[in-house]
Design a protein around this ligand. Structure first.
Ligand SMILES: [Zn+2]
Length: 256
């Protein structure tokens, strides 16, 4: 239901044309190399890509970065490297999309750690607002990439919320219906057994927005385990994200 509502709502908003701001020739070889080095060092997803894909990924990072405004609050100091890593996280999430910029999202606000939200009157790690803002704890963002298989990745989680808000009308309706059925199935299992699911933390079962965001974290951090435990759900995530990560990790096709 959530997805159908979002589709209807978003269908009315005017299409925003995505511009590629960084034509191949604009970036110097040195800049490309330094981004390549940064991503090779800090970003395990990047190492899974073929050489031509890595070149495309670097261009997308720079393009996404130039489409966004970044602001650091409290004692946090913003660096170019931080903006690039945040952009890389978005590029990872949307790497299967031709239209990879989240056009309705304009600003990422960073805090050193958790921060207080007046809106929900609680201390939070991240928030994605429908009006185009994303707030994040930088230390938790970093944790997401330092611990690549603990199924916790704050950047991907918040950007997944943004992706759904931004591109709902591009998503396959049937795939999202299956996602909702799988969410209900896992929730019922958890309620029946009284034990948490081994892949989906309880928070993901709060509502469909959170299930989607947590499913994105699981998909990117444990794609092989997801494909093995919930093949139907894995397939649906591949359709929605337009990429097949488990096959990439294993080097053999997982989807039949
Ligand atoms: Zn969330």
């Amino acid at each position: 239901m959530l997805f159908r509502q979002l589709r209807r709502r978003r269908a009315k908003s005017p299409a925003v044309r995505t511009r590629r701001l960084t034509a191949e020739g604009v970036l110097s070889a040195d800049v490309k190399q330094s981004i390549h080095d940064l991503l090779t060092r800090e970003f395990s997803y990047y190492s899974l890509l073929k050489e031509a894909e890595q070149q495309e990924f670097v261009l997308r990072c720079v393009d996404i970065k130039s489409n966004l405004e970044f602001e650091a609050r409290e004692e946090l100091e913003l660096t170019d490297e931080m903006s690039l890593l945040l952009s890389a996280s978005m590029a990872q999430l949307t790497f299967g999309f031709k239209d990879y910029v989240l056009s309705n999202f304009k600003k990422v606000i960073l805090y050193p750690s958790t921060f207080y939200s007046k809106l929900i009157e609680a201390e939070v790690k991240g928030l994605t607002y429908g009006n185009g803002f994303i707030s994040l704890s930088w230390s938790h963002f970093e944790h997401g990439y330092e611990h690549g298989s603990d199924k916790l990745n704050l950047g991907l989680h918040e950007f997944a919320h943004a992706l759904l808000l931004d591109k709902a009308k591009q998503f396959d309706v049937e795939a999202f219906d299956i996602l909702e059925k799988m969410a209900n199935f896992i929730k019922e299992e958890v309620e029946f057994t009284g034990m948490s699911d081994s892949l989906f933390r309880d928070y993901g079962l709060t509502n469909m927005h959170e299930f989607w965001a947590v499913a994105v974290e699981v998909y990117f951090e444990n794609p092989v385990e997801l494909a093995a435990k919930y093949p139907r759900l894995y397939r649906v995530m591949c359709v929605l994200l337009k990429q097949d990560l488990a096959s990439r990790v294993l080097g053999i096709p997982v989807l039949k």
